[in-house]
Design a binder for this molecule. Structure first.
Ligand SMILES: [Zn+2]
Length: 124
């Protein structure tokens, strides 16, 4: 799983950003994870916490928000959520990307693949 390397990258950004702001302490780290990123949110939280341990962000609250996938269909112009089945298997395999409106496979994923830091709250 690539949660470990991504979490270290997130921790790096958090520490660099808090240094830039001359923070004494990081209070909150808000992370956005797309459902299609295939990252396990609990794992990311765990590894980010571990990577930040014994730093000024060691006691920060890690908030993880899972973003539902959003697509744009080039065939019919549908724009919106991608239908995902509530199947436990879904979390391990990539869903088939099809437009929920016309069934076309010509869709672009607009949201849902990302993993990014949305917000960092620091104490200066
Ligand atoms: Zn369509």
């Amino acid at each position: 799983m690539h949660e470990v390397s991504i979490s270290h990258a997130i921790a790096d950004v958090v520490l660099k950003e808090s240094q830039k702001q001359e923070a004494q302490k990081v209070l909150l780290v808000d992370i956005e994870i797309g459902e299609l990123s295939l990252l396990n949110p609990e794992q990311v939280e765990f590894w980010v916490k571990l990577a930040l341990d014994k730093t000024i962000a060691g006691e920060a609250e890690i908030k993880i928000e899972v973003v539902k996938p959003e697509v744009l269909c080039t065939a019919c112009g549908y724009e919106g959520m991608l239908e995902t089945k509530d199947d436990p298997l879904y979390h391990f395999v990539l869903p088939v990307f099809k437009c929920p409106q016309c069934g076309s496979g010509e869709i672009t994923v607009k949201r849902g693949k990302e993993c990014k830091i949305k917000r960092i709250e620091v104490l200066t």
